[in-house]
Write a protein that binds this ligand. Structure first.
Ligand SMILES: Nc1ncnc2c1ncn2[C@@H]1O[C@H](COP(=O)(O)OP(=O)(O)OP(=O)(O)O)[C@@H](O)[C@H]1O
Length: 239
């Protein structure tokens, strides 16, 4: 049991409905989730079980229909739009299956963007972006546009961007969903290095190799958490 005082992420009675009347979809039905500081949590479950919706609510991309979302001891589901935008910029790093990089910006410009938006000096933002690209073994590709990069390289750029503001939590939605096996292994290594570095990470995935990197695996079905497994290896490199 995780001490909720140490929770970076916490939900209480989290519900999400879409639509009205007969067309109403209950995407989340009262989720109680706690993620401790430094923990990597994988979320698996069938298509439509509510994984992406949960991730969006945790990162302040959407607001719940009912219930509470807490990030680092602060309730975020009642924040204003402006407050949510600030929170997303400062406290959350997102990684998406489709990368969501800015096509017209180079790799280094993509990675430095969050730091610039957060008010860092251009020089400091550039220095950090270069360091991060080196950390994901893409220092030599800093000046390249995303269109000139492979899927694995693009996802490594988006991981570097996700951690550029030292977020409290990294939320990854099927980060290997668009990647071949070799690129998946590269991204797995990076997720593993985030875990080792003590970053709090939540990963939605359909890939058991990705889930194996986590400290804890949560399974969802029909908008509910139905199973929780502490991985015996405490997270580890899949063989
Ligand atoms: N914007 C929306 N409007 C209406 N229904 C939605 C919307 N977004 C999601 N849903 C529905 O909510 C339920 C949960 O969707 P969600 O995308 O969270 O599932 P998921 O587990 O992430 O699925 P997948 O693994 O296919 O990505 C599904 O029934 C889905 O059709």
């Amino acid at each position: 049991m995780i001490d909720t005082d140490q929770a970076v992420l916490r939900t209480h009675g989290l519900q999400m409905h879409y639509g009205h009347g007969a067309g109403r979809v209950h995407a989340l039905n009262g989720i109680e989730l706690v993620a401790a500081a430094g923990e990597t949590v994988a979320v698996m479950g069938p298509s439509g079980s509510g994984k992406s919706t949960l991730l969006h609510l945790l990162g302040g991309l959407q607001r719940p229909s009912a219930g509470e979302v807490w990030l680092a001891g602060r309730r975020i589901d009642k924040l204003s739009e402006k407050g949510l935008a600030l929170l997303r910029r400062q406290a959350v790093g997102f990684v998406f299956q489709a990368f969501h990089l800015m096509d017209e910006l180079t790799a280094v410009e993509n990675v430095e963007l969050p730091a610039l938006l957060a008010g860092r000096s251009p020089r400091a933002a550039r220095r950090r972006a270069v360091e991060l690209l080196e950390r994901v073994s893409l220092g030599h590709r800093a000046g390249h546009l995303p269109s000139a990069m492979s899927g694995g390289e693009r996802q490594r750029v988006s991981l570097a961007r996700a951690i550029s503001n030292e977020p409290l939590v990294v939320l990854a939605d099927e980060p290997t969903g668009n990647l071949d096996s070799a690129a998946t292994v590269e991204v797995l290594r990076l997720l593993e290095s985030l875990r080792t570095a003590g970053q709090t990470v939540l990963i939605v995935t359909h890939d058991a190799r990705v889930a194996a990197v986590a400290d804890r695996l949560i399974t969802m079905r029909d908008g509910a958490l139905v199973e929780e497994t502490r991985l015996t290896s405490g997270g580890g490199w899949p063989g």
